[in-house]
Design a protein around this ligand. Structure first.
Ligand code: SAH
Ligand code: SF4
Length: 395
């Protein structure tokens, strides 16, 4: 049974037109600078604010009792801590919770909280929509609107945590959007998520999934220790281009070379995501080709049986074919798992996040998807430009 809960009215008491500085999304260094420059107080106030915002998740300055009353009044005058609207919270029979967040400009994104025995994983979004337009993905079919701000990225962790007694132990950037197209905001917030006074989630427990944008992957390798997952999904150029138009810009051969050159830290590996589409990329030959492509790359393979969505006609392979594919890879020495379809009954599984409130996308969304599909190659060429335009928005 799926428990659908429409909870609470809009929770941000401060609309986006509020001129006060939003402290959510700020790093420890940002908050320290704010304390000195704006509050004209001591640097350590920044650390106190950091603990309240991310450690205790308090939004009301009046409750920050380790600061003087006059400072709390000043904070109320010049600053705020934003919240997203919790538009829908859906709980799956397997304990998975899907959130639909309403943003200040009325757009919507989703996150998924996945409880397991030893882990509590939060899958978060990085963009409203996605410009990469993979053929099998709901998010990609809806087109691209904008990058998420730092507040909106870390806000997903802050607000999802309110729904569990257990601390969120792992974060995966596998929700809506291509995180490497919002690299600055994603990396800044994932640094903040690691600080022990806040969430204290180790870089070992944070994974960023990318379709394989090579220049940004190189930058990621230089700037961060968080884990890399690559959506490979095909074993020949032709096959990958058919399902992922981005392959025309960054080919499979170039992507595999970039993975080989990736500066993997000690005890780290690259997770290879491989969606399994019946009759498209699920043959024995594909399994052998995949093993050959990955030869010598420290990697683990996640096979993701296709999750049905209303936009495409792909089918999931039979379990027997999935297991045969897995056995071939294991036989070649690759640690290979089949990713479970968590939250399937609430459309919370991989590739089912569209940011829609209704069960099926409406006509306007379908039209946008069709226009997007028609745009074909132009869309691919526009990906980098769209990203560059939006990377500036880190308020
Ligand atoms: N944009 C990034 C991260 C978000 S998607 C990326 O593509 O890697 C996270 C994973 O879900 C990707 O591997 C993606 O290919 C996969 N996915 C998308 N649609 C899917 C579907 N319908 N069924 C199964 N997996 C899907
Ligand atoms: Fe974007 Fe990832 Fe979906 Fe492709 S699979 S359209 S990159 S979100």
């Amino acid at each position: 049974m799926t428990d659908v809960v429409q909870i609470r009215k809009p929770t941000d008491p401060n609309p986006s037109s509020d001129p006060r500085t939003d402290l959510l999304g700020m790093s420890l260094a940002d908050l320290e600078a704010f304390s000195v420059d704006v509050l004209q107080d001591k640097k350590f106030r920044g650390k106190q604010l950091f603990k309240w915002i991310y450690g205790k998740r308090i939004t009301d300055f009046a409750l920050m009792t380790d600061m003087s009353k006059s400072l709390r009044i000043k904070l109320q005058e010049v600053a705020r801590i934003s919240r997203m609207d919790e538009r829908v919270v859906q709980r799956s029979s397997d304990g998975t919770i899907k959130f639909l967040w309403g943003l200040a400009d009325d757009l919507q994104v989703e996150s998924v909280l996945i409880p397991e025995s030893k882990r509590l994983t939060l899958c978060i979004s990085s963009q409203v929509g996605c410009p990469v337009a993979c053929d099998f993905c709901v998010t990609g079919k809806g087109g691209f609107t904008r990058n998420l701000t730092k507040a909106e990225i870390i806000g997903q962790i802050v607000q999802a945590q309110e729904h569990s007694e257990r601390p969120i132990s792992n974060v995966v950037l596998m929700g809506m959007g291509e995180p490497l197209l919002n690299l600055d905001n994603v990396l800044d917030t994932m640094e903040t998520a690691q600080v022990p006074d806040g969430f204290g989630i180790s870089h070992r427990k944070i994974t960023i999934s990318t379709v394989g944008l090579i220049p940004q992957m190189e930058e990621l390798g230089k700037r961060s220790r968080i884990n890399l997952a690559v959506s490979l999904h095909g074993t020949t150029e032709e096959q990958r281009t058919q399902i992922m138009p981005i392959n025309r810009k960054y080919s499979l051969a170039e992507l595999v070379a970039a993975m080989r050159a990736y500066p993997l830290k000690h005890k780290k590996w690259i997770t290879i995501e491989y969606i399994m589409l019946r009759g498209v990329n699920d043959t024995i030959d594909d399994a052998y080709r995949l093993a050959k492509l990955l030869h010598g790359i420290r990697s683990k393979v996640n096979l993701i049986p296709y999750n049905k969505n209303p936009f495409t006609d792909y089918e999931r392979p039979d379990d027997r074919d999935i297991l045969r594919f897995q056995e071939i890879l294991i036989g070649r020495g690759f640690h290979t798992i089949v990713r479970l379809n968590r939250g399937n009954d609430i459309d919370a599984a991989c590739g089912q996040l569209g940011g829609y409130e209704q069960e099926r996308p409406n006509k306007r969304v379908r039209q946008r998807a069709a226009a997007f599909a028609d745009a074909g190659e132009d869309v691919v060429e526009d990906v980098a430009d769209a990203a560059a335009d939006d990377l500036g928005t880190d308020d």
